[in-house]
Write a protein that binds this ligand. Structure first.
Ligand code: NAD
Length: 308
C-alpha cells in the first residue's frame, strides 16, 4: 500500500518505520529541517523496545510529493492537525483513508472539514515514542492500536488497516467503540499527564501524593459528565480511577509527554484535553472547575517558560 505519515515526529516515525520494515511503501512527511536532513543522509534509526535498526526512508515536505495515497496516518500534535490537512490536501483522493491516532478530543470534527466521514478512521494507541535526536526515535510498548471506521458502512476498510498494523508488529485491533477508548485515553492524559506536568513530578511521585484521590475524582467526574452529554459515553468513575492507577503502576518513574513538552519548551495539548472538556461543559451547562483551573495553570506555566 502507498502510505504517507503526515507529521513524522516520534510516533509518526515509529509507525512509519514498522510499516516500511514489513513491506509497505511509506513516505514520511514533515517540515523539521534537521530531521529531514538526518533521515535523508543516514536513514531513520528506530529503537523498538531496545532493539535498534536503521532503514533508508523517503522523507519530504508535503508540497514536494505528488500522487494520491491509499492511507495517510496523521501524527501531528493536536494543534497542528488542521494546518497539516491543508498541506496534504493534494495527496488525498476520493478513496484515501485518513487514520487519526492523536491524543485529545475533537479531531473527527477537524478532519471532517477536509475529508468525507467515510474515509476517516479514528483510533487510539498506547505505544509510546520519543525523539532521541533528529533522525533517531525510540518506540516502546506492545500496543494495541485500536481503530474504528467513522462511517458505519466502512468497517471492512478499517479492518484492512487493522490487519496491516497487525502484520507490521504494531498490534492493530478493531474497536467496536472507539469513542469510549478516546475518552478513556483523554482521561489518562487529562489527569496523569497534566498533573505531572503541573507538579513537575514523575507518575510514581504523583500517585504517592496524599491528595491524589481527591484530584482524580474531581477531574474524572468532569470528563465523565461531558462524555455523557456530548457523546452519550458512560464513564464509571471508580472503574476509570482503578484503570488509571493500574496504568500508573506500570509506568512507574516515567515522565508523561505533557511534562516532556514543557521540559522541551514546546506547547502542550491541554486545549484538546481539559480545555476541550471546559469548552463542551459550557455548552451543556456543566460545571468543570478542575479542568478549567488545570487548563489555566498549564497555560500559565507555558507563559512562564516562554512557550508560544
Ligand atoms: P512529536 O512532537 O514527536 O511530533 C509532532 C510534530 O512535531 C512532527 O511534525 C515533528 O517533526 C515535529 N517536531 C518534533 N520535535 C521537533 C523539533 N525539535 N523541532 C521541530 N519540529 C519538531 O509528536 P508525537 O509524540 O509523535 O505525537 C503525535 C500525536 O500522537 C500527539 O497527538 C500525541 O499526543 C499522540 N501520541 C503520542 C504518543 C507518544 O508516546 N509520543 C503516544 C500516544 C499518542
Amino acid at each position: 500500500m502507498n502510505i504517507a505519515i503526515a507529521g513524522s515526529g516520534a510516533l509518526g516515525c515509529g509507525f512509519g518505520y514498522m510499516l516500511q520494515k514489513n513491506g509497505q511503501n511509506v513516505t514520511l512527511l514533515d517540515y523539521w529541517e534537521d530531521h529531514i536532513e538526518a533521515i535523508r543522509n543516514n536513514g531513520l534509526t528506530v529503537s523498538v523496545n531496545g532493539v535498534k535498526g536503521t532503514l533508508p526512508m523517503t522523507i519530504a515536505r508535503p508540497e514536494e510529493v505528488s500522487g494520491e495515497k491509499d492511507v495517510i496516518f496523521v501524527f501531528t500534535k493536536a494543534m497542528g492537525l488542521e494546518k497539516m490537512m491543508t498541506q496534504i490536501n493534494h495527496l488525498i483522493g476520493t478513496k484515501t483513508k485518513i487514520v487519526c491516532l492523536l491524543n485529545g478530543l475533537g479531531h473527527l470534527k477537524t478532519l471532517e472539514a477536509f475529508v468525507d466521514r467515510r474515509n476517516i478512521i479514528m483510533g487510539t494507541t498506547v505505544w509510546t515514542a520519543g525523539i532521541i535526536a533528529p533522525g533517531e526515535i525510540q518506540l516502546n510498548g506492545n500496543g494495541p492500536v485500536e481503530l474504528q471506521n467513522s462511517h458505519p458502512e466502512e468497517e471492512e476498510a478499517a479492518r484492512v488497516i487493522v490487519n496491516i498494523l497487525k502484520d507490521s508488529g504494531l498490534f492493530g485491533e478493531y474497536s467496536k467503540n472507539v469513542k469510549y477508548t478516546t475518552w478513556r485515553k483523554a482521561c489518562i492524559n487529562g489527569t496523569m499527564n497534566a498533573l505531572c506536568a503541573l507538579l513537575d513530578a514523575s507518575i510514581d511521585q504523583l500517585f504517592k501524593s496524599p491528595s491524589i484521590d481527591s484530584l482524580l475524582n474531581g477531574i474524572v467526574d468532569e470528563f465523565a459528565a461531558v462524555a455523557k452529554a456530548q457523546d452519550d459515553i458512560e464513564i464509571d468513575r471508580d472503574e476509570m480511577i482503578h484503570y488509571l492507577k493500574e496504568v500508573a503502576s506500570r509506568l512507574g518513574s516515567h515522565y508523561p509527554s505533557m511534562h516532556q513538552d514543557l521540559f522541551n519548551r514546546r506547547p502542550t495539548e491541554i486545549d484538546y484535553l481539559n480545555g476541550a472538556v471546559v469548552e463542551a461543559a459550557e455548552k451543556y451547562g456543566i460545571e468543570a472547575p478542575h479542568c478549567r483551573r488545570m487548563t489555566d495553570l498549564i497555560h500559565a506555566k507555558e507563559a512562564v517558560l516562554g512557550i508560544e
